[in-house]
Design a protein around this ligand. Structure first.
Ligand code: AHR
Length: 501
């Protein structure tokens, strides 16, 4: 059996985890909103048309914040279309996903629903086809108490109290030529700066996220961040990162190594932020908003076919990736990467939440079930609160096509308010279990309260409506703490949560 050694100390803290790193994302795309969270006429729908079975699955995830309404969609969206009497809301062609947007679910409906989910809203403004005026007006509509044109309109539309949206995205993926209103870094940086100034003049309590690169393979990656931040550094609070991984060559070890890219992506963006801050002699440190991350590949080609076939349909099934067991392992490792970088990553959104590259799937008129990736996301969100601890790790490594010295053991540790330490671990070894010792002498921990394991013998195993528990966690009795040292067996190819008290 392979072995790894870990040292944890209660005083070696990476940082206080911002709960918002367990955020998610709902875009007006495919069946995410329509026929996802909202399906009037469904047996489980409430009086507002929202599915209560889906609400329960989301509540169990304890999602602290949900990014909305896009995504690429937002770059052609008029927010004013989504308010007022539903019968008067326009039907629009959405040029991001070639579908028809009915605007049946709008700002008021979404904010009420999010409140029921105990989730805050992270609202993206359109800096593609729109600009400064639309951006400052929606802040006034959503957050101003009353006595002005837009805030009084909100009140007339039924919401006496402001929505109090605290976190705003300044557009979406503006570096991408696929984006409506795509801009150069300079053009975007200037627009983001002016929008930021005006939005904060309306409500000085809000926080703003500037668009970073859409992914690390963008030819402009790095220079984009630098040039954008040179324009808007002092008026924004976070810069965004987006990243999706796939396994097109069916190389499991290579696929599970992708967090090497994610970790270096984060560290590179931190360096660029600090370099720009340094040249500006700024005291301010920017946070990172990893506001789109996930695995995304299974349905890419199919999406193209659907787009050609059903152009301008409503609530088309788009980007409906079916996640398998190895996807859950990488999802777990990506969460570990976020926790281990939580000194600078303050927001992160699993993209997305329902039906569209999502942990939750639904059938129109039918059931709702958890995909494989639901589990690591739920475990990290529920147990990974408090402080993140700096784990010193000695683990065997492996080489693969793109990376050398990939750790076989990915690990992160957190300490909750009540003193419980949670260890999150992925053993990437395809064959062998790993015996892990964790030096905990700096703590007063007595026992393994729980050891949760997610494993399946088939890396391609999936959950379906008929077999929703095919890939599901179990609790095992294993591991003991003796003289302050935990000794525990981490099964081959598994996601683990070890809770110590
Ligand atoms: O999450 C799906 C899409 O991926 C989003 O609309 C876009 O921002 C990204 O490219």
């Amino acid at each position: 059996m392979k072995q790894a050694k870990v040292i944890l100390d209660k005083d070696y803290v990476i940082g206080r985890i911002d709960p918002r790193i367990y955020g998610s994302f709902l875009e007006h795309l495919g069946r995410a909103v329509y026929n996802g969270i909202y399906e009037p006429g469904h047996p489980a729908a409430n009086q507002d048309g929202f599915r209560t079975d889906v609400m329960k699955l989301i509540r169990d995830l304890r999602v602290p914040i949900i990014r909305y309404p896009g995504g690429n969609f937002v770059s052609g969206f008029n927010w004013e279309d989504s308010i007022g009497p539903r019968s008067e809301r326009p039907r629009r062609l959405d040029l991001a996903w070639f579908t028809t947007e009915t605007n049946e679910v709008g700002l008021h409906e979404f904010c009420s629903w999010a409140k029921e989910m105990n989730s805050d809203v992270m609202y993206a403004v359109n800096l593609g086809t729109r600009g400064l005026d639309a951006a400052r007006n929606i802040v006034e509509y959503a957050n101003h108490k009353g006595g002005s044109y837009w805030s009084d309109l909100r009140i007339r539309n039924g919401a006496k109290d402001p929505f109090g949206i605290k976190l705003w995205c300044l557009g979406n993926e503006m570096d991408g030529p696929w984006q409506m209103g795509h801009k150069t870094a300079y053009e975007y940086g200037r627009t983001a700066n002016e929008a930021a100034k005006m939005m904060k003049w309306v409500d000085s309590s809000i926080e703003l996220v500037a668009c970073g690169s859409s992914h690390t393979d963008m030819p402009t990656f790095g220079t984009w961040e630098r040039e954008v931040l040179e324009q808007c550094y002092e008026n924004v609070d976070y810069v965004s990162l987006h990243r999706y991984y796939g396994n097109p060559t069916n190389d499991t070890p290579g696929f599970l190594a992708r967090t090497m890219d994610m970790d270096s992506f984060i560290k590179t963006v931190v360096s660029i932020c600090d370099a720009v801050g340094g040249t500006k002699k700024s005291k301010k440190k920017l946070g990172l908003s990893f506001d789109e991350w996930n695995i995304w590949y299974h349905s890419a080609e199919q999406d193209e076919e659907i787009k050609k076939r059903d152009r301008w349909g409503e609530a088309l099934p788009l980007l409906e990736d079916i996640y398998n067991f190895e996807d859950a392992l990488l999802c777990g490792s990506m969460l570990i990467t976020l926790i281990n970088n939580s000194d600078r990553v303050k927001i992160a959104c699993l993209a997305q939440l329902v039906n569209v590259i999502a942990p939750i799937m639904t059938r129109n008129g039918g059931g709702a079930w958890m995909q494989t990736i639901y589990w690591p996301y739920m475990h990290a969100s529920v147990y990974g609160r408090g402080e993140s601890l700096k784990a010193l790790v000695k683990t065997p490594t492996y080489d693969c096509v793109d990376y050398e010295n990939v750790p076989l053991l990915d690990i992160a540790a957190t300490k909750a308010e009540d003193g419980t330490v949670s260890i999150f671990a992925v053993n990437k070894d395809m064959q062998e279990d790993m015996l892990v010792t964790v030096d905990l002498r700096a703590f007063d921990l007595k026992e393994v309260k729980e050891h949760i394991v997610l494993h399946h013998d088939d890396v391609k195993a999936v959950n379906t409506e008929e077999k929703p528990d095919n890939v599901a966690p179990i609790t095992i009795k294993d591991g003991e703490i003796k003289d302050g040292v935990l000794t525990i067996r981490i099964p081959a190819l598994s996601w683990n949560v070890i809770r110590l008290g």
